[in-house]
Design a protein around this ligand. Structure first.
Ligand SMILES: Cc1cc2nc3c(=O)[nH]c(=O)nc-3n(C[C@H](O)[C@H](O)[C@H](O)COP(=O)(O)OP(=O)(O)OC[C@H]3O[C@@H](n4cnc5c(N)ncnc54)[C@H](O)[C@@H]3O)c2cc1C
Ligand code: SF4
Length: 463
């Protein structure tokens, strides 16, 4: 992964970042959240049926590591909208309490609009305060003075803030808002034949049911990494992961297998919806071509809001390249080979007709690298030509990771912190790098602390 060239003909990652050099930072994050690798007893029915099908097809599968406390988890499968049981170890349970413990202020509903340089060379970060119910309504505005700025608004928002800041900060590096990667993502839905699951795979979960458990469980719990082999050519490597999507987006985009023409609606679609409990969703994370480009930023916000909170329209254009489509075709065929074998199921990819490409793992829109032409950040996460501004979110990752990205995003952020502390010290800020796990994060592993705060991870302490 770290040696990928993508379409630029040279290593995309800074040469100082290798798996070995990032390992200590992965360890730090794994301890802070914490992340644990479960055994097969922790895998859900959906993960288990995928693993059994992989085994039947001569492939391997593995339980995936996750930041979930399985003792607290009720397998309610509603983690996309947060976890009300504190089983999912979100930042609310570790980094944020630790940051507050160290004096950080969290300002919910404050939306950063742009950054400018003040007369004395520091920064002014301009924000608006949005209404808690309707984010389209602005109730207040202001600016915060800062010696350094760490932007971590996510890969869909960070380039927008920086683009909008051009008027006052000056031109941005070429790569701001370019090279966006959707992590090469694509989904397939298999409609399992319950009788074949019982007869071919020998599975039975009691009450005469072989599977019918799409709705039970949590997130991804099993994955096949057979194609994550560094010796394979680029754009042919991917992971296949069992994933759960609650009713909504995925239910709309799933297509009926074997139907003529578009089959995300119609009679056949209605029929597969009746068998919804027998669905198995398989997630492809592959190597795309960093083909996403952001257009001009909206006047405020990260995208034009269509509804009160969740729905908005951004200026990102993403036309999948032949390389990206090649990887998807290989992975689609692989999934069919595993899951249609001996009549286990019928498989169809989600439609691309409704919304084009889609992703839950946006990356690389303000990426790191050694080459100033194709990277916005240097290898310390500092924005080129704008000393004192650092970017530490998914936009800094140079390209598709072929696995779930949160662990790597967090490891790169941890790695950036000593550089940020040095930059702050150079500007006279009285801080030092502690280099150990914040006490509040350690406490959270034994007794989760619930907080309504929101914000970014901080491991810096004022002294
Ligand atoms: C449904 C779903 C399931 C996922 N499951 C997994 C998984 O199992 N494993 C995994 O590794 N990854 C998973 N991911 C991906 C993972 O959550 C993201 O890759 C990761 O959170 C990205 O981190 P980030 O720091 O780049 O951005 P974010 O986590 O998006 O953080 C950005 C923050 O900035 C705030 N913000 C945005 N704009 C502004 C602004 N203008 N002013 C102020 N604040 C702003 C946002 O509110 C947000 O809090 C999932 C994602 C989704 C959507
Ligand atoms: S399935 Fe997800 S949301 Fe439900 S309890 Fe478990 S971790 Fe929390």
């Amino acid at each position: 992964m770290f040696d990928r060239q993508g379409s630029i003909g040279r290593r995309m990652w800074p040469k100082s970042i290798t798996r070995e050099s990032l390992d200590p930072w992965y360890d730090r994050v794994a301890e802070a959240l914490p992340i644990t690798r479960g055994g097969w007893d922790d895998v859900t029915y959906a993960g288990g049926v995928f693993a059994a099908a992989c085994h039947h097809a001569g492939r391997t599968a593995n339980p995936v590591a996750a930041a979930i406390d399985t003792d607290l988890c009720t397998n309610c499968n509603w983690m996309m909208s947060g976890c009300r049981f504190d089983a999912k170890r979100s930042l609310l349970l570790n980094y944020l309490p630790a940051a507050v413990d160290h004096g950080a202020q969290i300002r919910p509903l404050h939306e950063v609009q742009r950054i400018e340089r003040s007369a004395d060379g520091d920064f002014l970060v301009h924000y608006t305060v949005v209404d808690p119910v309707d984010y389209r309504v602005r109730v207040d505005a202001g600016a915060i003075e800062a010696k350094i700025v760490v932007v971590a608004a996510g890969a869909a928002a960070t380039p927008v803030i920086l683009q909008r800041s051009e008027q006052t900060l000056g031109a941005m590096p070429y790569a701001v808002g370019r090279y966006f990667s959707g992590n090469g993502e694509r989904l397939n839905t298999a409609i399992l034949d319950e009788d074949r699951v019982r007869d071919v795979l020998g599975l039975d979960r009691g009450d005469g049911l072989a599977y019918a458990a799409n709705q039970i469980g949590r997130g991804p719990s099993a994955a096949s990494w057979d194609r994550l082999d560094g010796s394979l050519p680029e754009f042919s490597r991917y992971s296949l992961e069992q994933l759960y999507f609650p009713p909504g987006f995925g239910t709309i985009l799933a297509q009926a297998p074997g139907a003529e023409g578009p089959s995300w609606f119609g009679v056949e679609k209605k029929e597969i919806l009746r068998r919804w409990q027998s669905w198995l969703t398989i997630f492809i994370m592959s190597e795309d071509d960093n083909e996403g480009v952001f257009g001009p930023p909206p006047s405020t916000g990260n995208a034009d809001r269509i509804s009160m909170q969740m729905l908005s329209r951004g200026n990102l254009r993403y036309e999948p390249s032949a390389n990206t489509k090649h990887g998807w075709a290989l992975a689609d065929a692989d999934i069919r080979d595993i899951l249609e074998r001996d009549g286990l199921s019928r498989v169809m990819p989600w439609t691309n007709e409704v919304i084009g490409a889609y992703t839950v793992h946006p990356l690389a829109s303000c990426r790191m690298g050694d080459d100033p032409r194709t990277s916005a950040l240097d290898e310390t996460n500092e924005l080129r030509d704008h000393p004192g501004i650092f970017v530490t979110d998914g936009s800094a990752v140079p390209g598709a990771l072929t696995v779930n990205p949160a662990f790597t995003i967090a490891a790169i952020a941890e790695r950036a912190v000593p550089n940020i502390v040095r930059a702050a010290q150079a500007r006279g800020v009285d801080v030092r790098y502690l280099g150990w796990l914040p006490p509040a994060a350690r406490v959270s592993r034994e007794a989760p602390v619930t907080s309504s705060a929101g914000g970014v991870p901080v491991t810096v302490r004022s002294v």
